[in-house]
Design a protein around this ligand. Sequence first.
Ligand code: ATP
Ligand code: MG
Length: 405
Amino acid sequence: MSQEFQAPRGFHDIFGEDLKKFRHVSDTVRKILKSYNFEEIILPVVEFADLFERSIGEATDIVQKEMFVFEDKKGRRLALRPEGTAGAVRAYIQNRLFAERPYHRIFYEGPMFRHERPQAGRYRQFHQIGAEIFGADQPVADAEIIKISDEIVKALNVKARIEINSLGCKVCRPAYREALVGFLSGVSEKLCDVCKDRKERNPLRVLDCKVETCKEAVKEAPRTTDYLCEECERHYSEVKRLLDSLGVSYVENPHLVRGLDYYTRTVFEVVSEELGSAVIAGGRYDHLVEEFGGPSAPALGFAVGVERLALLVEVPKEEEPVYFLIPFGDVIPYALKVAEVLRAKGKTVELSLRKGNLRKQLDFANRRGFKYVVIVGEDEMKEGVITLKDMETGEQVRIRAEEVE
Ligand code: ATP
Ligand code: MG
């Protein structure tokens, strides 16, 4: 095929077995979110680029190298969304949802775009289901979103470990940042070139670097939890106490920082050992709504990586059998009528478009694994019946379509 008709690198068609897994993940997550009464919001795929630049942070990987930015006809800078929280916050403010009630639980689902180096579980278009709670500062909200993440991996039968941390707040983060900058200047020569650059501009990011030498170099870095102010300490302890009372297992990782700048206090990741990466990630962002011109509305949320989870799940066997309808002879209008009767009974019916004799049709049905074949020939039409064949037992009966159980 000529190069110009290939999908661009990192962009994928999702179909067949992969799509079944994708849908299984999506359906499961949506069901769990709905059981907590999260309301869906459909957000645009395109926003003004500076919405992301200002929220995610100028010195982050996403903004520095991963965003698809383009100009519209009036020269305005737009971006394909790399994540959902910034758009959700924009929508929360623009639609004045805060005026409706003191807090909101919402979720969104859809494609996200990041110009990353494609590899297993890392694409340039991928899908997230994200949930956000606006207007809640209580630790129980943090515990709730982490519990939901736990429910998601359990319902999908995926082995993963929950890592949590607290990044502190405007009061206590500066002291931590300073201690970290001091530490990083001592190990500077061991850091990768990118981290050498970000160790002052955005030192927390260094803790998130995936390069082995950097991971090694920061092993003894100061721990965020050693610098928490009294209120952050109390908040974090309460989150952990609630998780314990809910029976959610987690490990504390005092170097977990996440790749976006807007987080405060609780952050967490659900990490799959098998993939070597996170399948769900999130945290609290208490100032973002206000920084975007909204009211003071502490908030938090998480995003589920649908493709990554889909790589790890088994799809439950479909119980619904398919009826493969083979019209034979000059019977098409009658066959269509039969299909209609069966579908009205809730059956799934596929009309055969395979050409050839009955033998070929049955071989084809067999290869496709259909449980039932419905043969409609001229005799059947005359008598107003169908021949229903059970492909597993080979049993065959002539009955009226209305009589199919
Ligand atoms: P990573 O550290 O793996 O790059 P991230 O911190 O950039 O992840 P988030 O921005 O927190 O990821 O996004 C939340 C989730 O979305 C991730 O945990 C992951 O499951 C999924 N995700 C992120 N980037 C990609 C991608 N390029 N392709 C597929 N899934 C992704
Ligand atoms: Mg990333």
